[in-house]
Design a binder for this molecule. Structure first.
Ligand code: PMV
Length: 288
């Protein structure tokens, strides 16, 4: 059986959310597809490699199988992955592949897992591989939709088309979180106020004016030291084209998101070889 699960972007609130402030996260209409077939051994085919259970090359998929087998022991499975979600760009590809594999195994082996159980397993997989994580990515990938964090309250924003530009620089979440922690240690009162501004921006997003709020959020992320010269240049260029933009995720690289007129987005898409996404309401689903 074939199943799929969506990627995600953080619209507002990255970093501040680590310190208890609000963030807004949405599933996007790029999906990871996983097919699971009964077999007498384990085989994983992905764009990265073809392997058996392999915790080095396919950590998320291998741990997803392991966690699934704690619920329902199986002799083997052939897993095939195809993904529209770019890898390691802060778009939640790891969670999407974990959730899609769990959903496909559930369907193929009639395990009867609820979404809540799929999410719990994907959450364990996140911890198995990363040792740390808020659980937001597997949550949003399982359920789809747009969410206010940390309450996990489903919200509705104005209809959005969002451009996602890859900065070409790698973003290492743990490094950026440590960098912000360092700055906060030195300048606690100042940094706490920056977090408060980001918190207000996330809450204000519920009532619209996303472009203005993107700009303010980006200024605050720059103040926290997680933007880069490359990100600033892309944000600047997008602004010149009429698109309000900010980095998404941990920063130090990764992706930039922006909103603007369809015309402006289309021009920028060509210029940056970017992708245009929309919030996605549907989470994990069986495809067949
Ligand atoms: O780029 P991502 O998807 O790993 O997002 C990181 C978001 C942070 O707020 C920086 C960290 C976190 O765990 O919330």
């Amino acid at each position: 059986m074939r199943a799929s699960a969506p990627g995600k972007i953080i619209l507002f609130g990255e970093h501040a959310v680590v310190y208890g402030r609000h963030a807004v996260v949405t599933a996007i209409n790029l999906r990871c597809y996983a097919e699971a077939k009964k077999s007498n051994s384990f085989k994983i085919h992905s764009p990265i490699a073809t392997t058996g259970i392999d915790y080095e090359k396919h950590p998320y998929i291998s741990y997803a199988i392991k966690r699934f087998m704690e619920i329902k022991p199986i002799d083997g499975a052939e897993i095939k992955i195809e993904s529209e979600v770019p890898i390691a760009s802060g778009l939640g590809s790891s969670a999407a592949v974990s959730v899609a594999v769990l959903k496909a195994l559930d369907a193929e082996f009639d395990a009867g897992l609820s979404n809540e159980e799929i999410f719990e397993l994907a959450r364990k997989v996140e911890l198995d591989v990363q040792g740390i994580g808020s659980g937001t990515d597997p949550f949003v990938s399982t359920y789809g939709g747009t969410w206010l964090i940390p309450e996990r309250k489903r919200i509705k924003l104005e209809k959005l088309k969002i451009i996602v530009v890859d900065s070409g620089e790698k973003s290492v979440t743990a490094e950026m979180v440590a960098k912000v922690a360092e700055l906060r240690k030195k300048l606690t009162d100042v940094v706490e106020r920056v977090f408060d501004v980001i918190d207000a921006v996330s809450l204000k997003a519920l009532n619209g004016d996303i472009p203005k709020l993107f700009k303010i959020n980006q200024c605050m992320l720059k103040a926290l030291g997680v933007s880069t010269r490359k990100i600033d240049e892309i944000v600047q260029k997008l602004e010149e084209m009429g698109i309000a933009a900010k980095l998404t995720g941990a920063g130090g690289g990764g992706s930039i998101i922006g909103v603007g007129s369809e015309d402006a987005l289309e021009k920028a898409r060509k210029l940056f070889n970017a992708i245009i996404v929309e919030p996605e309401q549907e989470g994990a689903r069986v495809e067949d």
